[in-house]
Design a protein. Sequence first.
Length: 414
Amino acid sequence: MAYSELLKNFENIRGYLRDFYVFGFKSRGDFRQKSGRSYDDERRRVESWLGGHIGTRQTPDGKNVFLKIDSRAYHRNPLFRVWQTAAFTDGDITLHFIIFDILKNPEISLTLSEITERVDEYLAEFPSAHTPDASTVRKKLGEYIKAGLILTEKRGKTLVYRRAPECRAGGRDAVAFFSEVAPCGVIGSFLLDGDGEENEIFTFKHHYITGTLDSGIMCELLSAMHEKRDVTVTSRPSRSKKTYSDTVTPLRIFISAGGGREYLLAYDAKSRRVTPFRLDNITSVDAGEVCPDFDTRRAILDRMMPHIWGVNTQGSARLDHVSFTVYHGDDEEHIPARLEREKRCGRVERLDKNHTRFEADVYDANELFPFIRTFICRITELEFSDKRKDAKFRRDLEAMYALYGLDGEGGEAT
């Protein structure tokens, strides 16, 4: 079979891109799904789409490939290209252009039989062409109805089809910004493709582009939330060979401001808990029935949000109280300003000219550890209500001292 850049199953290349190119820790020898030739085909596909953005490094286990993208050097997310690679048959592409030529005027409305007859007239000019039957045309029209490209209405008792009005990207600069920073920004990219112009206005210092690979999953979840439906989420945690299926009520999408990672927070009726799912671990989403308790379950999450630092909602029975005080010099007003800016669900109190206190009551104090560490040389007081977490934080600190050959004395954090 000849090598092709086009894809029949996007999930295959999504996992491949994530494991080999985004994480960049796997080599050809780690490719276990199929043969080495399959690896080479997948690699050639990626190189054809992203050739200028691929780097390699030699490791004891072999050569690793990874994405090498400097967000300051480009204006448009190069990963959008992977969504333009769906495979199609000769019949698909032929029928596509014929149907949209027949319905090129949005004012024209035709029945299924009328469209089928006109398709036959087009293909009559090609003696060897395969003529589709009415059921094939109906199925293709159904795909376009679902995509919003074809509209239907009743003419008496008969269903008629017409082309939806074209959507032009008004406010082009706004669409260009949306396509780079918003969830499912690939939609904005599709809109921009129609005018043939490049975005040359925006560049980003911190640009989390890998969420593009999860846009299909994101879209399915947002659609289910809009329709207030339950979903069956199939996921495979990182470095796990097992897949898990959970039927849950999708409530909100959380996106990390620090790293761009995306999470679904969903209500699990079996455990009666709000549970997080990483979107890059989700392999499929199947929409179910409308959930009559959707608003009630979302209200549960909304009441919890003032105590969620990251995404963990299943800490101890009681909330963890965290408090620390930092010192800042007379010319270091950026320190309390940063605390105020990054406090999330916490509270910031200015104690005096040179000391500011941060406090929070959260489900899991472990999630604050990375944030607290960024102030480690300035902390004068530190307290956790959960003494086990207090001890864990200090053990981590002692391990860091040992790693750097320090004794831990003289530091303001201790």
